[in-house]
Write a protein that binds this ligand. Structure first.
Ligand SMILES: *Cc1c(COP(=O)(O)O)cnc(C)c1O
Length: 392
């Protein structure tokens, strides 16, 4: 627990820089390496006998500021910043799993996490079972003697299916599994998996944390022991380390995270209600709508429903394509959490690493459209969508 609220902690860093000029903003340490005073100091740093920086792949003060801010926001002991969100996902699984281990993963996941788990981990002798984690019995039935980790994402991209984190945390404790949750869609402001006993929290900082669409990066938060292992093995030796410049930009982006997330949630709620009432829309997936199964998790688990909505056009795939081609303000692009409203077609874009059968199993139909509601005036976003509906 810290002295201040989250929205204050987004702005003020827990690290104090003794800048000789008294700069308000922490400087950017754009350096690959750090000088030692003498041979003894270099040796002491390598031996871990003296604190201090050595080389940016192993640590950098700008990166460190970001890590400490994120650890504080997630209320976890430590964090490791990574080059991308996938760098965070891969570092988390590869640091803890080895040949012969078994991973239980959610059957619906971010497309590249699914590809890593279904295509690459088995090549290295790591077994993976994909289960529908809204079904507690299915989750418990998936445990094997060699199960070591459980990996989930909530709400699940793109259908916004919510997984019960208290149930998941209890399941992991019961079977002594390392639990990992990808918290990208919620940010630590809307959901803190730690509160439900989750061990490791992952972010694609590319999305809301940076929030300006100009960086790809990620982070892993967890206990001191877990993060140390990640830093000293996969991050050090495989090397998905963040660039200090990207870390600096995310430190800047974080200062406005609280106001941005609040606006994303408010506008997404209005857009979801507009879509829900629209005659050309057959289904809307947004946990802020009482008809969504995730709605009951608002409050206890999630402080808000987030900024991403998926919906089905009542029509053919061609009409769906015509719809996304007809928007003017809503930009046709993948990613989310940017100031710009982004619209995309999961079946042919973000979830194309899935086969058609795998998409069906994960509930991703060909007619599904995903929208990341941006920070523009919500009336302009809704008017743009209405214009596009008129074209189909
Ligand atoms: C974008 C995303 C990732 C991957 O992050 P990158 O920064 O693109 O590597 C992982 N999980 C979720 C939920 C995402 O949205």
């Amino acid at each position: 627990m810290t002295k201040y609220h989250d929205n204050t902690n987004c702005i003020h860093s827990p690290v104090h820089f003794d800048d000789p000029h008294g700069a308000l903003t922490a400087p950017l340490y754009q350096t690959s390496t750090f000088q030692f005073k003498d041979a003894a100091q270099g040796a002491a740093r390598f031996a871990g006998e003296e604190a201090g920086y050595i080389y940016t792949r192993l640590g950098n003060p700008t990166t460190r500021e970001l890590e400490q801010k994120l650890a504080q926001l997630e209320e976890m002991e430590e964090a490791a910043a990574t080059a991308t969100g996938m760098g965070a996902v891969s570092a988390s699984v590869l640091s803890f799993l080895e040949q012969g281990d078994h991973l239980i993963a959610s059957s619906a996941l971010y497309g590249c996490s699914f590809a890593l788990f279904s295509h690459m981990l088995p090549k290295w002798g790591i077994e993976v079972s994909f289960v529908d984690m809204t079904n507690e019995a299915e989750l418990y039935a998936a445990v094997k003697p060699n199960t070591k980790m459980v990996f989930a994402e909530t709400p699940i991209n793109p259908n916004m299916t919510v997984i019960d984190l208290a149930m998941l945390g209890q399941f992991a404790k019961k079977h002594s599994l390392i639990s990992v949750v990808d918290n990208t869609f919620m940010t630590p402001l809307l959901q803190k998996p730690k509160h439900f006993g989750i061990d490791i929290v992952i972010h694609s900082a590319t999305k809301y944390l940076n929030g300006h669409g100009d960086v790809v990066a990620g982070a892993v938060c967890g206990s001191q022991e877990h993060i140390e292992l990640i830093k000293l093995t996969v991050l050090k030796d495989i090397g998905a380390t963040i660039s200090p410049h990207d870390a600096w930009l995310i430190n800047r982006g974080l200062k406005t995270l609280a106001v941005r997330v609040e606006r994303h949630c408010q506008s997404a709620q209005k857009v979801a209600e507009f879509l829900d009432a629209h005659p050309k829309v057959s289904e809307v997936y947004y946990p802020g709508l009482p008809s969504h199964p995730g709605y009951k998790f608002l409050g206890e688990q999630m402080k808000g429903a987030g900024g991403v909505i998926a919906f089905e056009i009542d029509g053919t795939l061609e009409q769906g394509e015509r719809f996304i081609n007809a928007t003017e303000l809503c930009t046709l692009a993948v990613s989310l959490g940017d100031p710009e409203t982004l619209i995309q077609h999961p079946a042919s874009m973000t979830h194309s690493p899935y086969t058609k059968e795998e998409r069906e199993a994960a509930g991703i139909s060909d007619g599904l459209i995903r929208i990341s509601v941006g920070l523009e005036d919500v009336n302009d976003i809704i008017a743009d969508l209405e214009l596009a509906f008129k074209q189909i």
